[in-house]
Design a protein around this ligand. Structure first.
Ligand SMILES: NC(=O)c1ccc[n+]([C@@H]2O[C@H](COP(=O)([O-])OP(=O)(O)OC[C@H]3O[C@@H](n4cnc5c(N)ncnc54)[C@H](OP(=O)(O)O)[C@@H]3O)[C@@H](O)[C@H]2O)c1
Length: 254
């Protein structure tokens, strides 16, 4: 095994996650993608490789166990030649139906929180434990956050909460990892507004349930949305910076 980068990316089937996976693959990295669907558009090139797991992150504990076992097997197959760079990008998110919490099915809210907050925490713990002794590898963890984790919006409260949760998890986790030998570098990163299915869902929501629908329609109408490829390049550029993790809560827009 000679690849220089291992990138584990949740939600790699479409949108921002697929674009980040494509960019790591194009650079010769090995990508492990986790999402319910598979991307037919991704292909391994160069010395890397691609593995896509059909994975429902709303049930994260079996996935955390599977990830730990996969990393142990990856290490065994690497036979002492582990990649120099190991990246975990928690990108997947699942919106509950936009609307007030009082009008939303609690199961819908719980599923969204499990995908957007519980899964990143559980998978991060499994990853850090399985790779703590990979002393020569530069290990970095990135949580894809949102401006809505830092600014409240009615009609998306569970989403706001999970992104604020990721931000504060990153702050605390960074303190833990800084105190450990060869600790991982950690940050929670807002990626800007991007032309993906998530934006389509928000601007397609019922304005009677979701007052901010017009804001999202306006993003699209005014051409304010970034392309997935452009946003992916910005997130990856930040993740690959020498000072990554110095600020554990950050934004690609500076
Ligand atoms: N788009 C924006 O303007 C914007 C702005 C700020 C932040 N973000 C953040 O950027 C990240 C990517 O968003 P996006 O816009 O690319 O969204 P998207 O197009 O809706 O893609 C979401 C991804 O998450 C995966 N996912 C959803 N539920 C899942 C589940 N239960 N199990 C496994 N995977 C699941 C989806 O895969 P499957 O459906 O195949 O499972 C898909 O790959 C998210 O964290 C989002 O909050 C986006």
């Amino acid at each position: 095994m000679t690849m220089h980068t291992l990138a584990i990316i949740t939600g790699a089937s479409r949108g921002l996650g697929q674009a980040m996976a494509a960019q790591y693959l194009a650079g010769g990295g090995f990508v492990l993608g986790l999402s319910r669907g598979q991307s037919a558009g991704l292909a391994a090139t160069g010395p890397g490789g691609l593995e896509q797991w059909p994975a429902d992150l709303s049930d994260p504990l079996p996935l955390a166990e599977r990830l730990a076992a996969w990393l142990a097997d990856f290490e065994r197959r690497a036979a002492g030649r582990l990649p120099a760079r190991v990246r975990v990008i928690h990108n997947a998110a699942l919106l509950s139906e936009p609307g007030d919490t009082a009008d939303t099915d609690p199961a819908d809210l719980a599923r969204s929180l499990r995908v957007g907050l519980e899964a990143p925490v559980a998978l991060t713990a499994a990853f850090l434990r399985a790779t703590a002794h990979w002393a020569a590898a530069d290990r970095r963890v990135l949580f894809v956050s949102s401006g809505l984790g830092r600014r409240a919006m009615a009609g998306n409260a569970a989403y706001c909460a999970q992104k604020a949760g990721l931000d504060h998890f990153a702050r605390a986790l960074a303190l833990e990892e800084q105190a450990r030998p060869h600790g991982a570098r950690v940050a929670s990163v807002a990626p800007g507004i991007i032309d993906t299915d998530m934006q389509r869902q928000l601007r397609g929501a019922d304005p009677k349930r979701f007052a901010a629908q017009a804001t999202f329609a306006g993003f699209h109408g005014s051409g304010a949305l970034d392309s997935p490829a452009s946003a992916a390049a910005k997130v990856i550029a930040l993740l690959e910076r020498d000072d990554y993790g110095a600020n554990p809560v950050t934004d690609v827009r500076g």
